[in-house]
Design a protein around this ligand. Structure first.
Ligand code: KG4
Ligand code: ZN
Length: 335
């Protein structure tokens, strides 16, 4: 029998990752995070590209070794084509092209946001179609209606900041190091979510807006610090709990509205913010209330990883959706 063994590369932001996917099963998934950005309070694109260039060969070698295969067993190479930081994407794209050229095997170009959704198809139980996914990452916030593995429709998205971006920017105001999302989550677990009410903007249909919450928190902190210079330190848990509660409420309100409008019962969350414990809990609770079948990805498959790129490539390969050698990465573009 003919086996498919895909080498997948993810390099869209500040994680260099490589995975091996054999006949639709992830057999290795190596992820390295770049620590160089911490001191700048955000990802510095130029430094990200340079770090990818240093990491890519050892990360690919580690993925191949962990899978217990040899390079010549690989039958296709997949890479993240868009969206992301262009310099970072170029490193992965060039590596994948060179690898495909050298081994004379096909190349598969993968859309990063489609891959976040398909992370739900790495392990059982896998969602049934139609499947509604709330994709929440550092760069995107989307409600995606999946008709099949590769037929996806964006029902709504953020008009300004992404949910992860809101977490990170508010964390920065709270003097937490980058990326602040996971730290807000930690503090929130110890705080009172009703302590400081922040407004949720009313946006049309299934769209979102998170820039208003960010500004509301900024003005609130400035006002409080006038009378209590240590307001942040003294209230960090309650502030984080209140902020997180507001973001989750804004997300779930639109997601529930979309699920009802399209009569969807199989639902899930994806992307970096789907690692948030409050959001995971909220989805479960809304699931009980609405009788949904709820799917939560493993933590390892929430944030950026090559396993999700490899799984997407597997479905594209079955449909013979290969890329031409002239393919180039792109910072933006819809799938
Ligand atoms: O999907 P991802 O790894 O990268 C992008 O494609 O953007 O998402 C990263 C985002 C960051 O904004 C990070 O702060 C956020 O996901 N994040 C979290 C948590 N873990 C990661 N936000 C809130 N709570 C978490 N536990
Ligand atoms: Zn991502």
């Amino acid at each position: 029998s003919v086996h498919s063994i895909i080498l997948a590369i993810e390099s869209s932001c500040d994680e260099t990752s490589a995975a091996i996917v054999k006949d639709g099963q992830v057999i290795s998934n190596i992820i390295t995070t770049q620590s160089v950005h911490e001191q700048y309070g955000g990802v510095v694109p130029e430094l990200a590209s340079r770090a990818h260039l240093q990491q890519i060969v050892p990360v690919v070698d580690a993925a191949i070794q962990k899978a217990g295969i040899s390079k010549k067993d690989i039958t296709a190479v997949a890479f993240t084509q868009a969206p992301g930081l262009i310099g970072s994407l170029l490193v992965g794209a060039c590596f994948a092209k060179g690898f495909a050229q050298a081994l004379n095997i096909p190349l598969i170009a993968v859309h990063h946001m489609q891959a976040h959704v398909l992370a739900h198809f790495i392990e059982d139980p896998k969602p049934a179609f139609p499947f509604l996914c709330l994709t929440v990452s550092g760069g995107h916030t989307q409600i995606v209606l999946c008709h099949s593995h590769l037929e996806m429709e964006i029902l709504g998205e953020t008009l300004d900041d992404a949910a992860g971006e809101a977490f990170d920017k508010i964390a920065k105001m709270l003097q937490l190091p980058y990326p602040g999302g996971p730290l807000v989550d930690k503090h929130a677990a110890k705080g009172n979510p009703e302590k400081f009410p922040f407004p949720i903007p009313d946006i049309k249909e299934f769209d979102f807006s998170f820039s208003g919450i960010k500004t509301a928190v900024l003005y609130f902190l400035q006002k409080q610090q006038k009378t209590d210079p240590d307001f942040i330190q003294n209230n960090i848990d309650d502030i984080c709990a209140s902020v997180q509660h507001t973001i989750i409420k804004a997300l779930m309100k639109k997601f529930e509205k979309a699920a009802k409008a399209y009569k969807i019962t199989h639902v899930g969350i994806a992307g970096g913010v789907s690692a948030n414990s409050g959001l995971r809990k909220a989805l479960q609770e809304y699931g009980v209330k609405n009788k949904w079948n709820v799917y939560l990805p493993k933590f390892e498959y929430c944030t950026d990883n090559a396993a999700m790129i490899g799984i997407t490539a597997y479905y594209k390969m079955m449909k013979e959706q290969f890329a031409d050698m002239s393919v180039v990465p792109s910072a933006r573009t819809q799938w």
